[in-house]
Design a protein. Structure first.
Length: 571
């Protein structure tokens, strides 16, 4: 097969728009007598996260990706022979005169493509199938029946405590058949209770719970449990910012904007580190479990207030119980200490949000809390129709006040990319081309090769990939046993007496929650203790509630010492 070579200045390098996506280094020695070329060609592909999309488009038509992954990819003698066979002597001399560099790269690339097309036709065919199976450029075509429907999408937009969810739920309850979708179990449970209390029969469906009401045409569920086979008159998707993109796709879109009934006010006077300035209706927000209990101990030691506690590791039932206790005026629990979990999923009568600090640990180091999260949490202060209609916010320390004001002034960032997760069948088709590859590597490869618009990002995280390589033998062994899953743990007899026992209760509830989730997703006969697990989960949630209500300072003071603040005002 002959190749027509032209001067390199007329060749267009497909990778010229990337910073350094492709680099070919060539060192060669030419024997003028017999034109024997001894060369080493090193092919490197450097693809950054931002460059993967462009590279994937090129890889569909160029076999570079195939070549570099072959076991003999560094054996360049075949390419050298191919080059000498197809190019004339003067062209070889011209290439040698260029030396290693960008010009030689431009010159060699078209010849290299022809070489790969001739040498690796089967691999290229397989690679093209991989690219086709990883095509995520048109996700709107995945649901043709939904696309065929003429729908009306109403986007309720506004700050916290502006009535968005209230209006959406009114329409939900008026419909003949409706579904409410939430990112949190806590929200789904709250809507389930509220709607049934108002006389509209509503079922509950989460990963861990199923509560079916006879003749119910409404369901409150977590978003991953929603049925895509049912037709609904009204579907409510709460906390839409977590999906990041109100998909239009030709449907009618109506935007309804809301403002707070009363503005959020920043108190210029901070606590100056003095917890004695806490008042009824305050919510102190801290970003670690340890800080939450330190604040609770300090408030209950140096003031006459009693504290409720809410943080993410607590079961939804316990969080709801703590919220109800705080909202009830007829008891002594008038202060709330919470993590960022307070920003979503609970209706709370908060007078003032006080930030313990405005930095949090991200798993590697302390970083400032994002402005959007600060706004979401601060917006929980003040609630129409409650005893605290005016919302206030401030900080514990003076040095954090400027950052709080800066965050509240910032508009919400436009979300430019939305997450997309491939279908199981799509990954299965892709895996058929790479039968010997580990699943974690397969997901990583899928992310590199998949074609998708710039506004879409692939969802499988590094954490998900790291958990995807469970040894195949163990998986097959467990599946083939077909034995029922037992619960090999006992029931605690009393509430927690120290922090270790508190953590133990939280862990036990998480294990039971996982058992119930599995029982809802796999054959019921494999999980014969569902009723027992449900009872234990309820009892442990109650023990956690009792532990938090009790005098915790008497129980965990041996574990933790209350630290003085930066101004030394606690002690």
């Amino acid at each position: 097969m002959g190749i027509r070579c032209v001067p390199c200045r007329k060749l267009r390098n497909p990778f010229s728009n990337q910073r350094k996506a492709f680099n070919v280094k060539l060192t060669s020695k030419v024997d003028r007598d017999d034109m024997i070329c001894n060369s080493e060609t090193e092919t490197e592909t450097i693809v950054s996260e931002d460059e993967r999309l462009n590279f994937a488009k090129i890889a569909e038509r160029d076999p570079l990706e195939i070549y570099k992954e072959l076991k003999d990819a560094r054996k360049a003698h075949k390419f050298c022979s191919f080059f000498l066979k197809t190019c004339k002597t003067d062209l070889v001399k011209y290439l040698v005169s260029l030396g290693p560099g960008q010009e030689a790269e431009k010159f060699l690339f078209p010849i290299f493509v022809e070489f790969c097309m001739e040498e690796f036709p089967d691999e290229i065919k397989r690679f093209r199938k991989m690219v086709e199976s990883a095509d995520m450029t048109k996700p709107h075509t995945w649901f043709p029946f939904a696309r065929a429907m003429k729908r009306k999408i109403i986007y309720h937009c506004g700050p916290t405590n502006s009535g968005k969810t209230y209006n959406a739920l009114q329409r939900f309850m008026e419909a003949k058949k409706g579904v409410y979708c939430s990112p949190l179990r806590l929200l789904a449970m709250e809507v389930f209770d509220k709607v049934n209390a108002l006389g509209v029969y509503c079922s509950l469906l989460t990963g861990q719970e199923k509560k079916d009401f006879p003749f119910s045409n409404h369901v409150a569920c977590t978003v991953e449990m929603v049925s895509t086979d049912e037709l609904y008159d009204v579907a409510v998707i709460d906390e839409i910012q977590m999906m990041a993109d109100p998909a239009r796709y030709g449907d009618e879109l109506v935007e309804q904007h809301y403002e707070r009934f009363k503005p959020l006010v920043v108190e210029a006077k901070t606590f100056l580190g003095d917890m004695k300035k806490v008042r009824s209706g305050d919510c102190i927000v801290a970003f670690s479990r340890r800080e939450i209990f330190e604040v609770k101990l300090a408030i209950e030691k140096y003031t006459n207030h009693r504290c409720c506690v809410i943080y993410g590791a607590l079961p939804p039932e316990t969080r709801r119980q703590q919220a109800a206790l705080f909202n009830d005026q007829d008891n002594e629990f008038d202060v709330l200490v919470a993590s960022d979990a307070v920003g979503m999923g609970l209706n709370l009568n908060i007078r003032r949000i006080v930030f313990y600090n405005l930095a949090k640990y991200n798993g590697d180091k302390m970083v400032p809390v994002p402005a959007s999260q600060v706004k979401q949490i601060a917006g929980r202060a003040g609630r129409r129709g409650s005893r605290y209609p005016d919302g206030l916010t401030t900080t514990l320390h003076l040095e954090d006040l400027d950052y709080l004001i800066e965050c509240l002034k910032k508009p919400f960032d436009d979300v430019k990319r939305v997450g997309l997760f491939p279908f199981f069948e799509q990954v299965e088709l892709f895996a058929g081309q790479l039968p010997d590859m580990k699943f974690s590597k397969l997901l990583e490869k899928f992310g590199i090769i998949s074609r998708r618009p710039l506004q879409l990002l692939l969802c499988p995280s590094q954490y998900q990939r790291s958990k995807s390589d469970v040894p195949s033998f163990e998986v097959c062994f467990f599946i083939c046993q077909k034995l029922p899953v037992n619960i090999a743990m006992g029931m605690p007899k009393c509430s927690a007496r120290n922090d270790s026992e508190l953590l133990d209760l939280e862990t036990r509830h998480q294990v039971l929650s996982m058992y119930l989730w599995l029982s809802n997703h796999f054959e019921e006969e494999r999980f014969p203790y569902v009723k027992k697990a449900e009872t234990m989960a309820t009892d442990i949630a109650q023990l956690l509630a009792e532990s938090l209500i009790g005098k915790l300072e008497a129980r965990i003071k041996k574990c933790w010492k209350i630290k003085a603040t930066r101004e030394g005002r606690w002690l």
